[in-house]
Design a protein around this ligand. Structure first.
Ligand code: BES
Ligand code: ZN
Ligand code: ZN
Length: 496
């Protein structure tokens, strides 16, 4: 979809469809919708007075204008109660409007932005475009039947009246698009089947990003990782015929910016390994590379937004399969940190591959390390699929993530990382085990990772719940969501 800002006024602009937003009755009409109402001899006011359009949140009604003004159709979209309005509702409303006109087969729309109270045009335009593009996302890669029924909007025009306003709109549209495209790229990877989305494919994606954005890329083969001492990553990778890859992508290398390491769990399929999972629902485990997809997306967005930071994206990528070469419960692994781990369950593989990635990141002396991982089913039990589990060793870093969460609507919730929990990981034969108790599973996963970050400020995001959802949300269709991308891009934009 093309989206551009253009000079114009809602009631004067010729287009296939004009989107008009309204707060819930009896809030008075204001701005573009009021001007259109005047031109339309009070048509919208009478609809509202009669209760035929109330302006309730996400309520939508389509009308033909019959030549009353240049737009051919109007889509009225409700924003709900004025006092409850925020950017999250706004993203939802733009998505709902977009989904309605896409499904109606309408190819073009216009919409005039209006400043709401404390929200500036630029952030409204950014959230509008992000909400819209995220909401109309569909994954049709492998559908071969009735492709002609797939509908897409072709063009959106955002109207502004002054040159100053147009400049803000253009900025907002640009940023919103970059972020939404990154999230949709992550969704494509998560929705992709594991016979296509292999560690090799992830490394090819990284290569494409490096080429397009002039980034540094290193891809270590399993044999190289082994020679370096990554005994945990390589133990997991060896059970599979599909070659594992340890991917390192750098944005703004050697430019003197603060360094931040972004680490994503890249298990392209998690069968559980020798500690094999029940077959029911196992197909969902293709999404166990959601952290990796998020890191690739963030690297791309950071470069397009010219974020002044040195970012090191690290992705340990492998399948987790049972085989004659697979690692086994009881095995003792030597991690890159030198610490040894007794394997209790080969299904707790995420923390193993991440432990080597965390240790590897230390060589860059980052100001912060952030990892994203579909790490534990226990986190889904604790928090459901709305919320990212947030754990870390540094109060100010945790707070920054929470601030980015407020702005983006990607919810996070803190879990404690008290050292008492380390008791559960004590091993008789090694420095620790890879599994503690079932109780507090998400926390114990975090405690395990904390043993590999030394004293560097670090945050762990357990995205096992929100990475992929079964029921759609206002601007998140079901399936892979791109969880963590908008959150962390905001965090990086706000870094000081
Ligand atoms: N990839 C899973 C976690 C997961 C579960 C993600 C459900 C999304 C939905 C992870 O590798 C895993 O299997 N974790 C185990 C850990 C346990 C053995 C300590 C789990 O959560 O059961
Ligand atoms: Zn697992
Ligand atoms: Zn896993």
């Amino acid at each position: 979809m093309q989206i551009r800002a253009e000079k114009g006024k809602a009631e004067k602009f010729p287009c296939e469809l004009l989107i008009l937003f309204s707060f819930e009755f009896p809030e008075p009409l204001e701005g573009p919708i009021k001007n259109v109402d005047l031109e339309w001899k009070g048509f919208i006011s009478s609809l509202m007075n009669q209760g035929d359009f109330k302006g309730e949140l996400f309520e939508r009604k389509l009308f033909y204008t019959q030549g009353a003004f240049p737009a051919k159709r109007v889509l009225l979209t409700g924003l709900g109660k004025r006092g409850e309005f925020d950017l999250e509702k706004w993203r939802g409303a733009s998505s709902k409007a977009g989904q309605y006109l896409r499904d109606a087969g309408i190819k073009q729309f216009a919409f005039q932005i209006k400043k709401f109270d404390r929200l500036a045009e630029e952030e409204l335009a950014e959230a509008f475009v992000a909400g819209l593009l995220l909401g109309v996302y569909q994954y049709n890669e492998y559908k071969t039947l009735e492709r002609e029924k797939i509908k897409e909007i072709e063009e959106g025009i955002i109207l502004g009246e002054t040159a100053v306003e147009l400049k803000s709109l253009n900025n907002g549209v640009g940023t919103g698009r970059i972020i939404a495209e990154a999230v949709c790229g992550a969704r494509d990877l998560v929705n992709g089947p594991s016979n296509k989305v292999t560690p090799t494919l992830l490394s090819e994606k990284a290569q494409q990003i490096a080429k397009d954005h002039g980034m540094e890329l290193q891809v270590l083969e399993v044999s190289q990782a082994e020679a370096m001492g990554m005994g945990a990553f390589t133990a997991v990778a060896k059970g599979s015929q599909e070659p594992g890859k340890f991917i390192i992508l750098e944005h703004n290398k050697n430019k003197g910016f603060d360094t931040i390491a972004l680490i994503g769990k890249g298990i392209t399929f998690d069968s559980g390994g020798i500690s094999i999972k029940p077959s029911e629902g196992m197909e969902r485990m293709k999404d166990d590379m959601s952290g990796a997809a998020a890191v690739l997306a963030m690297m791309q967005a950071a470069s397009r937004l010219q974020i002044p930071l040195h970012l090191v994206g690290i992705i340990p990528a492998t399948e987790n399969l049972p085989s004659g070469k697979a690692y086994k419960p009881g095995d003792v692994l030597k991690t890159l940190s030198g610490q040894t781990v007794e394997v209790i369950s080969t299904d707790a593989e995420g923390r193993l591959i991440l432990s080597d990635a965390l240790t590897y990141s230390l060589r860059y002396q980052p100001k912060a390390i952030i990892d994203l991982a579909t790490l534990t089913g226990a986190c889904v039990i604790a928090l459901g699929d709305y919320v990212i589990g947030l754990l870390g060793n540094d109060a100010s870093l945790l707070k920054r993530i929470e601030e980015a969460s407020e702005k983006t609507g990607e919810k996070v919730w803190r879990l404690p990382l008290w050292d008492e929990y380390f008791e559960y990981l004590k091993s008789d034969v090694a420095d620790f085990r890879n599994v503690g108790t079932r109780a507090a599973g998400a926390i114990i996963g975090g405690i395990f990772l904390s043993k590999f970050v030394e004293k560097i400020p670090w945050v762990h995001l357990d995205i096992a719940g929100p990475a992929s959802i079964e029921k759609e949300r206002p601007y998140i269709p079901k399936g892979g969501t791109g969880a963590g991308v908008r959150l962390l891009v905001q965090f990086l934009r706000d870094w000081k």
